[in-house]
Write a protein that binds this ligand. Structure first.
Ligand code: KIV
Length: 265
């Protein structure tokens, strides 16, 4: 497999090929996922929950993220590496520049930030300075306290329309990828059709340009419960590499997510 870049992912969207991505936090898993042919690895701030056992992602620091990005980088040959900017590390454009630089220097090729149109100036400033940005809309877990829990977003029409406008503004600002988390499947489709950068869904239906799963969910090692939008691929294969190969093949064929994994409205 050739080295995956942001251009590879944009070309995949243009050609109607599905993008498969997953989280990883260390070199060993990253190496298996890279060899299985995953297109991008996100070092997600979900590590606060699945590695550290926290209730949410709020306690995660930029030092945590830089450390795990370095670990993943050592296991990867071809996969695109995306580093997640943790809570309040991009509250101002200046903070975003300093902290995004830490993740890029730790080995990321792109950084991810949660939020809508308020991020436009920050994204412009990062892209101008050579830092590619993945945006993130829908259930953005760093705002869990504003949402009053981990709840599906974009269910009413005004919220859905706002999310489409936000996605368009983020693309114009220079974002090259957009994660859509826990939104109704028809909204995932509308946003994916409204922008030309690839959308990567998690609980956003099957019509996004790609999918992402937290590795602990895909491998059935989550501490407590299995989210509705996930599938335990290891149960079906009994082997980590085969599980990820099955995940990629199911995404590519449009078989995952299935009807049971989506929010219809
Ligand atoms: O932190 C994370 O793992 C994420 C994914 C769920 C998209 O943001």
């Amino acid at each position: 497999m050739a080295k995956i870049t942001t251009s590879t992912l944009i070309k995949m969207k243009q050609q109607g090929e599905k993008i498969s991505t997953i989280t990883a936090y260390d070199a060993s898993f990253a190496k298996i996922f890279d060899q299985a042919g995953i297109h991008a690895i996100l070092i997600g701030d979900s590590l606060g929950m699945v590695l550290q056992g926290q209730d949410d992602t709020i306690p995660v620091s930029i030092e945590d993220m830089a450390y795990h990005t370095q670990c993943v980088k050592r296991g990867v040959e071809n996969t695109l590496i995306i580093g997640d900017m943790p809570f309040m590390s991009y509250a101002t454009t200046e903070q975003a520049q300093i902290n995004a630089a830490k993740l890029m220097q730790a080995g990321a090729s792109m950084v991810k930030m949660e939020g809508g149109a308020w991020l436009v100036d920050t994204i412009k400033s990062l892209v101008e300075r050579g830092i590619p940005v993945c945006a993130h809309l829908g259930l953005t877990p760093q705002s869990v306290n504003v949402f009053g829990g981990f709840k599906v977003q974009g269910r009413d029409d005004a919220q859905a329309q706002q999310m489409i406008k936000d996605a368009q503004a983020l693309e114009v600002a220079g974002a090259q990828l957009l994660v859509l988390e826990c939104i109704p499947a028809p909204l995932g489709k509308s946003i994916s059709e409204a922008i030309s950068i690839p959308t990567i869904g998690i609980g956003a239906g099957k019509d996004t340009d790609g999918q992402i799963l937290v590795m602990h969910d895909a491998l059935g090692i989550s501490c407590s419960y299995m989210p509705k939008f996930s599938r335990n691929f290891i149960k079906e294969t009994g082997d980590i590499k085969k599980a990820i190969e099955l995940y990629i093949s199911e995404v590519t064929k449009g078989n995952f997510p299935g009807e049971d994994h989506i929010f219809k409205s």
